[in-house]
Design a protein around this ligand. Sequence first.
Ligand code: SF4
Length: 448
Amino acid sequence: MAEPRYLLRTFGCQMNEHDSERIAGLLTADGYVATEEAADANVVVFNTCAIRENADNRLYGNLGHLRPLKQANPRMRIVVAGCLAQKDGGTIRERAPWVDVVVGTHALPGLIELLHRAETEGPQLDVREQTEIFPSALPALREVAHHAWVSIAVGCDNACTFCIVPLVRGPQLSRPIGDVLAEVQGLARRGVVEITLLGQNVNTYGRDLTVPRSAQRPLFADLLRAVNRVEGLRRIRFTSPHPHDFTPDVIDAMAESDKVCEHIHFPLQSGSDRVLRAMHRSYRRERYLGWLERIRAAIPGIAVSTDIIVGFPGESEEDFEDTLDVVRRARFDQAYTFQYSPRPGTRAAEMEGQLDKPEVQERFDRLVALQEAIALERMREQVGSSAEVLIEGLGRKGGAQGRTRGNRVVHVGGEHAPGTFLDVRIVGAHPHHLEGELAERREHAAVG
Ligand code: SF4
């Protein structure tokens, strides 16, 4: 008999990518193989995001497309997982009764049992409020052999007024340092050379942990240093630190740890103190810029990326000018820019002063134009330098594509397998990628 097949679609952030690797791992351990065709699939899983605009419309659109397939093949099982499942729970089955399993972010370990129960008992819903088993402890099936996401904490204790995460992922729960290290050591033994440590706010890692017979809790800097000692690993990344909770010992740990890459994602969100207050982000613009200065002084050449929201409720032209001013002074290598749109369930959605779309669009275009010009300048500064590039896959215009330690995308000619390290000379610059020429090929190749 042919093996059962699953189709998995992932929406949203790296946390969802990480959870999808676990969903794929659980299904594989239960005998399923992956397919890209919904018509072929015995199980279709949507791992959903509640943050992006129109996330629910997109989900119901996708579910609508599946309906005729489900009618033709009633044995097909449809699963909705992730943040929307956690947030909307039973509403999903009310709007799309052909869904078989709704599994929230905390209930992922029970996915296979829910699927089996759906066979005999009908539709299943599990949107429990607390994580009992860390998703990272589950078997994973990763799309690439050389890189892995490693979750160090789930949930968040902050309450940014635009964000749905605390509602759907709950308060922060840190993973014991020994468990993180054991996972990273195992990954390195299996040929993973690059890891990204994941948490909503990595700087508060460990605050909720206790260590037997010790008054000290492990902090994020301790974790960075410990992971840096894992043999076989070549690159360590992390996302995201919160400017409010940033501490000098993290800068020291980054500077001392040779495997920690020279890149930091440091979310600004707004350059206006008034808007930061309304967002409930408890740092201010000068403090943010002060941190950047210290980070750049300690780690020369570090690349900095950020997130910026335009058009938060009540944002005035003056507030927006403050954001442009910080962008000019910070000279980000990359910025993920978003137009504010209200997310049901967040405090910002209820605030007065919601701006009109054309006004937000006009500001957004100005911000993007400024940031693109800065990004190009920053990229041009790289031309003529040498860089180590870790190949990730095919380039869009032929050749291969990889990333420097500074997380800059580089296109290189020729065929190179994912997981290969190359030494390249940077010969061309664009706002979002560099062009490189091969200097020397290193011997490392990823383990398949
Ligand atoms: S720090 Fe703020 S934006 Fe980030 S996950 Fe927590 S509440 Fe959301």
